[in-house]
Design a protein around this ligand. Structure first.
Ligand SMILES: Cc1ncc(COP(=O)(O)O)c(C=O)c1O
Length: 393
């Protein structure tokens, strides 16, 4: 019999099991909502990025259905051949207007927006100065670019400055940070990094995946929140989280967007969104503009839940956003807390290495605008019980 050349994968999985890092995929039985059913169990759902509840918003649903009825289910090609539909162009114009930039380009995901942009605008003679906790898609884009990557400790602008001042001025230098860090919920040091970029003539880029729809006027993101319009050259956002659908985008100058049309590999070599996706995203931007009460409710719920966790004695780290981690330390304990919560009717995913540092495993929570106070109180009561049962509080 042929020996299995992939045997080492099973060995690796066994090692994950031994470290308590192996996870079964929880299966969502119905719609992605604040109260949902996973693995046939009704739970308060604290694990989605569906900040505003738009995954099931009637206006988005209707827009997707109408686009499917009139335009079909697929685009049939990559954007640069035959896969650019009018609805794609309308979405890009709408996003540019929303972000207050001259232009925008949509990618298949936030991941490909980051990876495609970073890898195409820089080359092997260039430099990338990157916060150590930046998202994996930034790291992959940086590696693909073949530029030299210089990592500064999280939010440490002094360290970033020490790096930047030693870089050759005749090379392209990109400073890049997440707007909101996805595992800790804190904000990037945007204003200070913009000052640094201005002083040394660097390109400034922010990944606002978790800030779009959450921070800034009507959810315009951290650039708007900090009043930095015109000072961030490249803004990435996602359409998969608060916007509730799927996709990512880059907003910036007309030249940047035209360049990405010609050089960003996911744009060139992967099929564009089905029309239903683009149409639902367009409807979502309209909802952001017309229903600001959703974002107010998100923040009310965030303050209620975060202060509740803190009052119970949990370590919620440095979060400034609806992402509230409950930091536990060891991965096996984080997974035990997550499992105990699930037993109590609350889904909050445990997260360990390599997504976070080995000694900083956690249960990550995200409240949404659509959680009721009763649901959040039920979740706090479950945290109190589960936290005591696994010895976290
Ligand atoms: C900070 C950050 N950037 C980018 C992404 C990728 O976005 P998407 O899920 O749309 O690919 C994520 C999602 O996990 C993220 O957390």
């Amino acid at each position: 019999m042929r020996a299995d050349p992939l045997r080492y994968l099973t060995d690796d999985l066994d090692s994950l099991k031994a470290q308590g890092l192996y996870r079964h995929l929880r299966v969502l039985d119905g719609e992605q909502r604040a109260r949902a059913s996973f693995d046939r169990r009704a739970v308060v759902n604290l694990s989605s990025n569906n900040y505003l509840g738009l995954t099931t918003h009637p206006k988005l649903r209707e827009a997707a259905l109408e686009a499917t009825r009139t335009l079909g289910v697929g685009s049939g090609s990559v954007r640069t051949i035959a896969g650019t539909m009018d609805v794609h162009m309308r979405l890009e114009r709408r996003l540019a207007e929303f972000k207050q930039t001259p232009a925008a380009v949509v990618f298949q995901s936030g991941f490909t927006a980051n990876a495609g942009a970073v890898s195409s605008i820089l080359g092997k003679d260039d430099f990338i100065v990157s916060d150590e906790l930046n998202h994996a898609s930034i790291i992959d884009g940086a590696r693909l670019s073949r530029a030299t990557i210089k990592v500064f400790p999280h939010r440490d602008v002094k360290a970033a400055r020490a790096i930047v001042q030693d870089l050759p001025r005749d090379r392209r230098r990109l400073i890049i940070t997440d707007g909101v860090f996805s595992m800790d919920g804190d904000l990037g040091a945007l204003p200070e990094l913009c000052d640094l970029a201005d002083e040394f003539g660097c390109i400034m880029m922010v990944d606002d995946a978790h800030a779009s729809g959450v921070f800034g006027r009507n959810g315009r993101g951290t650039v708007d929140h900090f009043g930095l319009h015109g000072r961030v050259d490249i803004q990435v956002g996602t359409l998969s989280k608060a916007v509730g659908v799927l996709g990512g985008y880059v907003a910036g100058s007309a030249a940047l967007i035209e360049f990405l049309y010609h050089r960003a590999r996911p744009f060139l070599f992967s099929t564009s969104h089905p029309p239903a996706v683009a149409a639902a995203c367009l409807a979502a931007i309209d909802v952001l503009d017309s229903e600001p009460a959703l974002i107010e409710r998100l923040w009310d719920n965030t303050h209620f839940f975060k202060s509740g966790l803190q009052a119970l004695g949990f370590n919620t780290g440095v979060s400034e956003s609806p992402i509230t981690p409950v930091i536990v330390g060891e991965a096996s304990r984080a997974m035990a807390l997550s499992d105990a919560l699930f037993e109590q009717g609350v889904f909050a995913q445990g997260i360990g290495f390599p997504t976070v540092a080995r000694d900083k495993a956690r249960v990550r929570t995200i409240v949404t605008a659509t959680h009721t106070r009763d649901e959040l109180q039920l979740a706090l009561d479950a945290f109190a019980k589960a936290g005591r049962s696994v010895g976290v509080i």
